[in-house]
Ligand binder design. Structure first.
Ligand code: FES
Length: 103
């Protein structure tokens, strides 16, 4: 069972934050700044891959292609996609979720 859970990124044994921030660093996104975006998110949120912020609002994950290559670099937060991101745009995205998460 543990092997199945660890294989599928949607399954987990640990509780996740209210918003699951999945940053794609696969080839299209990597070529357009996906890795820098993931590093930026790690710094901003103060957590690493599969980490959850102490307030329980965010979980961060580095993921493989999420099917939004034409709009790279792309991030999926729960069921919403955010595309053509820069660190500045990502800050706004995270700030908006933070506001929503603390209301
Ligand atoms: S490579 Fe990032 S969405 Fe496809």
């Amino acid at each position: 069972m543990r092997n199945v859970i660890s294989y599928y990124s949607l399954l987990t044994t640990k509780p996740r934050g209210k918003y699951n921030v999945q940053v794609c660093t696969n080839i299209a996104c990597m070529l357009r700044g996906g890795e820098e975006l993931f590093t930026h998110c790690k710094k901003k949120l103060g957590i690493g891959h599969k980490g959850t912020t102490p307030d329980g609002i965010f979980t961060l994950e580095e993921v493989e292609c999420i099917g939004a290559c034409s709009w790279a670099p792309a991030v999926q937060v729960n069921y919403d996609f955010h595309e053509n991101l820069t660190p500045e745009k990502m800050d706004k995205v995270l700030d908006n979720y933070k506001k929503k998460g603390t209301q």
